[in-house]
Ligand binder design. Structure first.
Ligand code: H79
Length: 596
């Protein structure tokens, strides 16, 4: 098998591993409400916000090797550049993060409202960022000579931050028997078990033995072990620290909490402990060539969206080789912390929101308290909250406790917002109630209101028919910086398609657009949009091919103008007209825009 083909196969396997959540998350899972919180993972489920830290020798090259700039994830440069072990190891001779200060990091974490930190003890490059007897390729043998993991574990304990270690258990490009390096070593000579026994398992034991109680070990990229062997690795870890959680990437379907793909939020509520991992920019390790940092508003919206589905957000920063954290990340974390200081009650210790996402935002829940996260303000200042079959006691702003006017008609709560909301990014409203809210997340129609510039019907809320699949489509922009878009795919014959129930809150005229990806060669096929019994035929346009290694380009096509004469529920359906040579398109959403 050619090397290229092999890389491609590995990539496919990895992508499958990373984006297979469609198989494991039952869509709109009705049993979610009976979620049982395991005592051991309670702290994790309550924490909601973690800091991921990717720090290693890759911070020293920072994406640049021999005057070549590598765009994309910097921690993979050794692999990408096929850098010989002997050359790469020289980085260790210069590594001296003299500005590193564990207490400053923990202060930043505390100020950001972050409850746990997971730092790379060893990434795929093989270098241990801790003092290790199992391998001399470790930070004590650099000019730095200190063990930053020790310093961090002490500082975290003082600052009440749970500490966790990332450990890449299979890939190790420094070792002849480790996974991944086939430019220095010959694959057929590798003895993965020998690697596990001589380095990986001993180092995992060192981490569990020498740094006090750990919140979790974050494994990544499983390989080389059977289910029994993986279980035995887990048993060994449990013997040392029974309460330490292990990430699902330990492999073989095992582990205590679930991680999705890098940079992926599942499209719906997911039961049990889970985490979405995102990096602040596109690279995990520090890169000199990545300025694509998310703004505080983007992070707050991401956090709220993840928490409303029942998960944690673990946000990554990449410290530099001098031990400092990039200014953009420090500033952003501070701003997010400012928001959490005021609105933390609507995040920590909550469970997923029972109300389906609305045009204004999402919800989170505590017993007798429903939190409304208002990301977008309706133009008439009137907020509609459907699906509330409970007695409302009081509605108020979380930040200043000001009471708001409200009325309830059947299950629809109407709230009058003040002219100026306390927070432009996300204002939280507390609805206090009696009784048990029914989970309308599962079957509520998608709400369309003319009081917003546009309403998106995300495909996850559609019912697929025939062979249609609703799955995350994965691609990367530069190299390994995965992005995931949930799409309706495999609509190839008239019996395939997706249907929505859409609740129009008011009569009016609306423009309907489809957002999709369609390779030029598959374009010019006919599709049909049905709104109630009105039919709108259209021909697909080409937006560029789908390729995992390139940006996924979407096109917006306007296919209908409709007049809604009364508020109420309508069905909207999209399907191919003919038996196609290929799928109609990858549909990401239907956009409904009030005509102004
Ligand atoms: O630590 C960060 C990444 O370095 C790590 N996970 C996050 C948390 C990670 N390791 N592997 N992967 C993510 C997925 C690997 C995908 C691959 Fe590829 C596809 C390996 C080979 C082809 C990405 C693209 C890396 C090289 C090309």
């Amino acid at each position: 098998m050619s090397l290229l083909k092999k890389i491609y196969l590995v990539a496919l396997l990895v992508l499958c591993e990373y984006s297979s959540y469609a198989q494991i998350v039952e869509r709109w899972d009705k049993s979610v409400s009976n979620q049982k919180v395991d005592e051991k993972s309670k702290w994790f489920q309550d924490a909601k916000f973690g800091l991921f830290v990717h720090w290693g020798l890759f911070a020293q090259h920072a994406g640049e090797w021999k005057e070549k700039r590598y765009y994309g994830i910097s921690e993979w440069v050794m692999n990408r550049g096929k850098i010989p072990v002997a050359d790469y190891r020289k980085l260790a001779q210069q590594f001296n993060p003299s500005k590193f200060n564990a207490n400053e990091w923990v202060k930043m974490i505390n100020d950001a409202g972050i409850k746990y930190m997971v730092i790379t003890a060893k990434h795929h490059e093989g270098f241990a960022m801790f003092g290790s007897k199992a391998s001399d390729y470790n930070i004590l043998n650099t000019p730095f000579k200190r063990d930053p993991m020790k310093e961090l574990s002490v500082a975290c304990k003082k600052g009440n931050v749970k500490m966790g270690f990332y450990y890449s258990q299979f890939l190790d490009w420094n070792e002849p028997n480790g996974g991944g390096n086939e430019w220095d070593f010959i694959e057929k000579n590798k003895d993965y078990k020998a690697y596990y026994n001589s380095k990986s398992i001993p180092q995992i034991k060192e981490l569990l033995s020498n740094y006090g109680p750990l919140g979790l070990i974050w494994f990544d990229m499983p390989g080389g072990l059977s289910k029994e062997e993986t279980q035995s690795l887990i048993d060994d870890a449990r013997k040392i620290q029974p309460n330490c959680l292990l990430s699902s990437r330990v492999g073989q379907g095992l582990g205590d909490f679930r991680d999705f793909g890098d940079g992926e939020v599942p499209s719906t509520v997911v039961k049990g402990p889970w985490e979405a991992i995102f990096t602040h920019n596109d690279s995990w390790g520090y890169s000199k060539f990545d300025q694509n940092f998310k703004t505080p508003a983007e992070i707050i919206h991401l956090l709220v969206s993840v928490v409303s589905k029942g998960g944690n957000l673990m946000l990554n920063v990449g410290p530099k080789a001098d031990g400092t954290i990039p200014e953009a990340s420090v500033k952003c974390l501070k701003a997010v912390g400012g928001w959490l200081k005021i609105n933390g009650a609507s995040i920590y210790g909550t469970t997923y929101g029972p109300i389906a996402p609305q045009p204004w935002g999402v919800t989170t829940l505590k017993p007798r308290k429903l939190f409304l996260h208002v990301n977008k303000v309706p133009s008439n200042g009137v907020l509609l909250v459907p699906g509330l079959n409970v007695n409302i006691k009081q509605v108020s702003l979380l930040s200043n406790k000001n009471k708001l006017l409200w009325k309830k008609d059947k299950n629809l709560l109407t709230i009058t917002l003040p002219t100026k909301l306390p927070d432009d990014i996300n204002t939280v409203i507390v609805v206090e109630y009696d009784g048990q809210i029914t989970d309308s997340y599962l079957d509520a129609p998608v709400v369309v209101s003319p009081r917003y510039p546009e309403c998106s019907l995300e495909v996850i809320k559609a019912n697929p028919s025939g062979n249609t699949k609703i799955i995350p489509v994965t691609h990367s922009l530069y190299f390994g910086d995965w992005k995931h878009t949930t799409c309706a795919t495999d609509m190839q014959s008239p019996s395939d398609g997706i249907t929505y129930n859409v609740q129009f809150t008011e009569p009016g005229d609306y423009k309907i657009m489809l957002e999709y990806n369609c390779p030029i060669e598959n374009s010019k096929q006919e599709g049909l949009l049905q709104v109630g019994d009105q039919k709108f035929y259209f021909e697909t346009l080409g937006s560029g091919s789908y390729d995992t290694w390139r940006p996924l380009m979407f096109i917006k096509q306007s296919v209908a103008m409709i007049s809604v004469s009364a508020s109420g529920v309508k069905t909207i359906k999209v399907s191919p007209v003919n038996e196609g040579k290929a799928e109609l398109f990858k549909l990401s959403k239907i956009i409904i825009e009030p005509v102004k």
